[in-house]
Design a protein around this ligand. Structure first.
Ligand code: GLY
Length: 601
């Protein structure tokens, strides 16, 4: 109860304190001066407390400001970004500060032991897609997770063989070099302070530890951080102190990212890996480079959609599904049932292609034709309005052999500034606490991104995703990702950006946010709070949030969809701007994040 109620109270107080008011100060004064209204507010408060008891979810917080906006899944990370903006830094500086802070307060999702995709649109209109995705160690090979001829999924998920070479720090550095105004030192030090002095664990973090406690207990350096001295897992309300991580962050501040890639961190990691059956070497670290990619540009109903290219599958499939949906002119006027049915069918067709065609385009042939409008028309023609269609296999996009993309649990953040710089950044260590390995004395949680490769054709990874040759394991190759940072432009100007966490659900939830704002004209906060659904072709079923009305579920079932219910389908952050230049930032109401701008003095 406490967390939800706490966030409900916080929300009311924030509004009443006029930080980012939707309702003007005077109007609130009138409301509060009226006895009847005071009584009404008390009732609302009681209701919020009751909702807390029922654990309905986190009260939604969104924010408006004309001076810039930051939206992340944690208030401390949002504050870190806002502080940078207030001090004159730009959106790129602020995004990196927020990302580094998430690596302390939300490190079960992301951190410097993981990777990131950073999509930037600068105030001059330049687009950058910076690929800080992890790479397979040089000694990796396609059968590395086979034992006695059979793949052993745990090997790519937990322990010394699960990690790719982390790319997040190199990605941050590259973003700052290209478009930032600050160096990494001043951006990382406030996060080091939080690691040093500790922060209060929220329910989401405490649940993450509880759900993985058995695996965590296998790794003493990880256990030391995440368990109490009495040997039980840390709980909500505990203060989590990370002295080693603070030291690591301070070393990076004073010696630069080379301390990580070419110095102490790399050699310490090699030593631990050698002692524990791993293959990651200091040479792998030294060879790692973040890569600048060409963003994917597509269009949807007059908007330009800017997405992330391979090794993300997100940019391609968000564009592909939108292309399919564009064939339905009246999507917004259809019944909700027909609209949902068509979107689900489009998701299914796109994920069938993903399983076959997608992989790191530096290694695999990924056809550009996947986002061809004509190809999408062919796919759309396969959709039967009356019932769910079985999709047996992938399609064949035009010029599949010749016209290729040039030789690509998670969190998403958005930052925009008043100068016109926009940053959509998704970062990850893959599943909760990644490989569960902390390299001793560093505090750094290592990713388990190797599980995003396809261990063998048709063998599902932790997200149930299957893949083919295009996403097979090879030394130096990047595992396929679903991370989908997306920026939407109108007449060349940014109007919205979005991205999500949730493995393959990242693609579909970024997509739903776009459809709900563009087609259905919903305000951003409403677009993000609507019940979500997801189809990834295999398994052939639709995941729907429990909040989806029973009637809609029954109607989808009547069309032949196999429905599986889930508490939440993805965690999404987004920022939009209106005609008057006012930003709206929204964090996903399913977690206790924060969206905030600021007032200039
Ligand atoms: N590790 C989740 C993704 O990159 O898709």
């Amino acid at each position: 109860m406490q967390t939800t109620a706490g966030f409900g109270l916080l929300f009311l107080f924030q509004v009443i304190e006029f930080q980012q008011p939707r309702v003007s100060r005077d109007r609130w004064m009138n409301i509060l001066n009226d006895d009847y209204n005071r009584c009404f507010l008390c009732c609302c408060l009681a209701l919020i407390l009751l909702m807390g008891d029922c654990q309905i979810g986190f009260a939604q917080e969104f924010s408006r400001s004309k001076n810039g906006m930051v939206a992340t899944v944690h208030p401390l990370a949002t504050d870190a970004g806002v502080n940078v903006l207030k001090a004159g830094g730009n959106a790129i500086d602020a995004a990196i500060a927020a990302g580094l802070t998430l690596g302390v307060v939300d490190n079960f999702n992301s951190g410097i032991g993981g990777g990131c995709f950073i999509l930037i649109r600068t105030s001059e209109g330049i687009l950058y897609a910076i690929d800080g995705r992890e790479k397979a160690p040089k000694a990796s090979h396609r059968d590395m997770y086979n034992r006695n001829g059979k793949p052993v999924p745990e090997l790519s998920q937990i322990g010394s063989l699960a990690s790719g070479v982390p790319g997040a720090l190199a990605g941050y550095q590259e973003a700052l070099r290209l478009a930032g105004t600050k160096s990494i030192g001043p951006l990382i030090l406030p996060a080091a302070d939080i690691a040093e002095s500790g922060f209060v664990l929220n329910r989401v973090y405490a649940n993450a530890i509880r759900s993985k406690q058995r695996e965590i207990a296998r790794f003493p350096a990880t256990k030391k951080i995440l368990f109490r001295p009495d040997g039980s897992p840390h709980r909500e309300g505990d203060i989590l102190v990370q002295k080693d991580l603070a030291k690591t962050y301070r070393n990076i501040a004073s010696e630069g990212v080379s301390w990580f890639y070419k110095g102490n961190f790399a050699s310490q990691t090699e030593r631990w890996m050698q002692e524990n059956g791993g293959i990651l070497t200091a040479e792998d670290f030294s060879n790692y480079e973040a890569v600048q990619r060409s963003p994917i540009k597509s269009s949807y109903r007059g908007f330009s959609i800017i997405g992330f290219p391979p090794p993300s599958s997100g940019g391609i499939h968000v564009a592909q599904i939108l292309n399919i949906l564009e064939n339905y002119e009246k999507l917004s006027e259809m019944t909700e049932l027909n609209r949902n049915h068509i979107i689900i069918e489009a998701m299914k067709l796109a994920f069938a292609d993903r399983a076959h065609w997608l992989g790191d385009a530096d290694f695999a042939k990924v056809p550009r034709g996947l986002i061809d409008k004509g190809y999408s028309r062919t796919l759309a023609s396969k959709i039967n309005l009356r019932q769910a269609t079985k999709v047996d296999s992938h399609g064949i996009p035009p010029n599949a052999n010749d016209d290729l993309f040039s030789r690509k649990h998670t969190t998403h953040l958005c930052v925009a500034d008043a100068q016109g710089n926009w940053v959509a950044m998704t970062q990850t260590v893959n599943t909760t606490f990644g490989s569960k390995v902390v390299i001793p004395n560093t505090g750094v949680i290592m990713n388990n991104e190797m599980d995003d490769f396809s261990a063998a054709p048709g063998v599902a990874n932790v997200f149930g995703l299957v893949g083919a040759e295009a996403n097979s394991i090879a030394g130096g190759k990047r595992p396929l990702s679903s991370m989908s940072p997306t920026i939407v432009l109108r007449d060349g100007q940014p109007v919205m950006m979005v991205g999500a966490a949730g493995g393959p659900k990242i693609i579909t939830q970024s997509l739903l946010a776009i459809i709900r704002t563009i087609d259905l004209n919903m305000p951003l906060d409403q677009a993000l709070s609507q019940p979500r659904f997801h189809h990834q072709w295999s398994p052939d079923r639709v995941l729907v949030e429990k909040s989806m009305p029973t009637e809609m579920v029954k109607q989808l079932q009547a069309k032949g969809h196999q429905i599986v219910k889930s508490t939440s389908v993805g965690i999404t952050q987004a920022i939009a701007i209106d005609k008057n230049g006012i930003f709206t930032g929204v964090h996903d109401p399913r977690v206790p994040g924060k969206a905030a701008g600021f007032q200039r003095k």
